[in-house]
Design a protein around this ligand. Structure first.
Ligand SMILES: [Zn+2]
Length: 341
């Protein structure tokens, strides 16, 4: 089969389009013919190399996948069935897994990250529990654009931050995968959504997705603008994933009793904190990582019914994966960048 692999860490030029053997499913797994694979920042981190993570080389990235069952021993998952994949793989037997918190499993890993080769390839294998059938009305590109970001945003807003109808939520970087998902989920839940972005065009797109207030993060002081728009009150929830560059603004934007939930640190992981603000304003700082299998099954019908719509920025053929990653790194995109396989 054809796949994109890297044999050493580095820039986009280390990505090689090459022929590799089709993987064989182990017991409890199915073989998937990949049709679309959406990019995530995780793909970039693994390609560049992470200081404390060893990635077996050569490596095939790709966590967000839609395609067809190619081979399966499960009678309810016949060959040809159209599916999308839950990107979180867990042991299925531990206390966390059996309590429905599989994203807290000690053996948790993400498809295409370390031991499970991902969707930058024509075929991959995955445990049966990670397969989610999709209807004919959902094309592969949209299906591949859904799982990781919408699952992450749902877990942050609903499970971790407990966002309620009528609350105010600030979503950073509206054009990012998590950003566009969080705006839609916030609006669907009846919250007032504030979104930030770095261009007028992106701010207009954020409003079209359901943001009521938008802030230009290059031209405006985000926290000052949030406080002005809320009559000095601040927002109930902040959705963080940018890290060092935005953290102080995010904390200053919180109302008394506000919750800040973070799933990433794209600009750096070192952040300071005013402890006086933390206790006096009774703030909650929450970490969030992916989401559970049950949550993806809970939100999949919202995709199928058209109530949540992943925004697709652009598509590239598999062979042009390097170009697709460069577009993700340039931050010029709005929504998901998808490889068609
Ligand atoms: Zn487990």
């Amino acid at each position: 089969m054809n796949a994109i692999r890297f044999h050493t860490h580095g820039g986009p030029d280390v990505l090689r389009f090459e022929e590799v053997p089709v993987p064989k499913p182990r017991p409890g797994e199915v073989l998937i013919r990949v049709r679309a694979c959406a990019l995530n920042h995780l793909d970039i981190w693994q390609r560049r190399g992470l200081p404390h993570v060893t990635i077996p080389l050569p490596h095939i990235s790709g966590s967000d996948v839609a395609g067809e069952i190619a081979a399966s021993s499960q009678s309810d998952l016949p060959a040809g069935m159209r599916v999308m994949l839950q990107p979180g793989i867990s042991c299925g037997r531990c206390q966390a897994c059996l309590s429905g918190r599989d994203n807290a499993c000690a053996k948790y890993e993400i498809l295409g990250y370390r031991n499970y080769p991902g969707g930058y390839a024509e075929y991959l294998t995955i445990p049966v529990a990670n397969v989610v059938p999709i209807p004919e009305t959902i094309d592969f590109v949209r299906a591949a654009s859904f799982p990781l970001t919408f699952l992450t945003a749902w877990h942050m807003l609903v499970t971790r931050a407990g966002l309620k109808q009528g609350e105010d939520v600030l979503v950073l970087a509206a054009g990012s995968g998590v950003g566009q998902a969080a705006i839609q989920i916030g609006a669907l839940l009846g919250a007032r959504v504030f979104a930030t972005a770095g261009s007028a065009d992106k701010l207009a797109k954020a409003r079209a997705l359901g943001a009521e207030e938008t802030i230009h993060h290059h031209q405006q002081d985000v926290a000052a603008e949030v406080l002005r728009l809320t009559n000095r009150r601040g927002v109930d929830v902040v959705i963080e994933h940018v890290g060092e560059a935005t953290w102080p603004h995010s904390v200053r934007s919180l109302a008394r009793g506000g919750r800040l939930v973070t799933c990433g640190a794209t600009t750096g992981a070192k952040a300071g904190l005013d402890l006086q603000a933390l206790f006096a304003k009774q703030l909650s700082l929450l970490g969030s990582y992916m989401g559970t299998k049950g949550e993806l099954l809970q939100i999949a019908p919202l995709l199928f019914a058209g109530r949540l719509n992943p925004v697709v920025d652009s598509t590239f053929p598999l062979a042009r994966a390097a170009e697709a990653q460069q577009r993700l790194e340039s931050s010029g995109h709005f929504g998901k960048i998808v490889l068609e396989v």
